[in-house]
Design a protein around this ligand. Structure first.
Ligand code: ATP
Length: 226
């Protein structure tokens, strides 16, 4: 499968990823080729989903291969391209949000804006606050937020960093089922209104069905029933 991918011409939209990752004794090839803007990556625990996102974000260097997203080459071993992480402009949302505990919600959001050049600014604070319904939370500390509120702020902070790509690593997995249902419509709004390429990692088929246009299973050959 990866040989096939390697012989095809790069896609101008979507994802063209063909890499091998090594992490200690973990060693795995990934081949994802999709013209879709929003894809999901599913797979068992330990299959390498987070490692794949790390490689796209520039936090883990593949042993070989290439990573092209929306026509931009982030990594290509043969062509000696390896864009540093800070130049890849990745918005990353983790399962545990990782908000700064010493900053209130507004300051957490504004942190995302740091370093974004004015000409690259597509997402403004007021629009993101409206999109995610977090206006009432702005002056609050992060400690008392519910899990769903926390993840909405994390999404806002990621968008305000003016990313070219959004990576979401199981953003709902710490929430109970009701809270997951509450947050999904916000994820759908971000998907539809940001227009960004997105990779959504999840264990839950239902979530994946509601978010992604295309599903890729990593770690084994069996196809994933969408
Ligand atoms: N820093 C590291 N050093 C060595 N091995 C690592 C490191 N990080 C991850 N691994 C190993 O790489 C493999 C893939 O881990 P990864 O976290 O990418 O899987 P995952 O599919 O995201 O799993 P989960 O769904 O449980 O989060 C695992 O076997 C893990 O133990």
């Amino acid at each position: 499968m990866s040989a096939d991918v390697a012989t095809q011409t790069p896609l101008q939209a979507g994802f063209d990823i063909d890499i091998e990752l090594r992490r200690g004794s973990f060693r795995r090839a990934f081949a994802i080729r999709s013209e879709r803007r929003v894809i999901a990556v599913v797979g068992d625990s330990g299959a390498g989903k987070t490692s794949l996102l790390h490689a796209i974000a520039g936090l883990l260097r593949p042993a070989r291969g290439r990573i092209i997203v929306a026509g931009a080459t982030l990594f290509d071993r043969d062509r000696r391209i390896d864009l540093p992480a800070h130049r890849r402009r990745i918005g990353y949302v983790f399962q545990d949000a990782r908000l700064f505990p010493h900053l209130d919600v507004r300051a957490n959001l504004l942190y995302g804006l740091r370093g974004a050049a004015a000409r690259e600014r597509r997402f403004e604070l007021a629009d993101i606050v409206e999109l995610l319904g977090i206006g009432p939370l702005l002056a609050r500390g992060t400690g008392g937020l519910s899990g769903g509120e926390t993840q909405r702020v994390a999404l806002g902070r990621a968008l305000l960093s003016q990313p070219r790509i959004l990576l979401l690593d199981e953003p709902l997995s710490m929430l109970d089922m009701n809270r997951r249902d509450e947050l999904l419509p916000y994820l759908q709004r971000v998907r539809d209104e940001s227009g960004l390429p997105m990779i959504y990692v999840s264990h839950y088929p239902e979530e994946v069905r509601r978010i992604a246009e295309d599903v890729h299973r990593v770690g084994e050959a069996a196809p994933f029933e969408k």
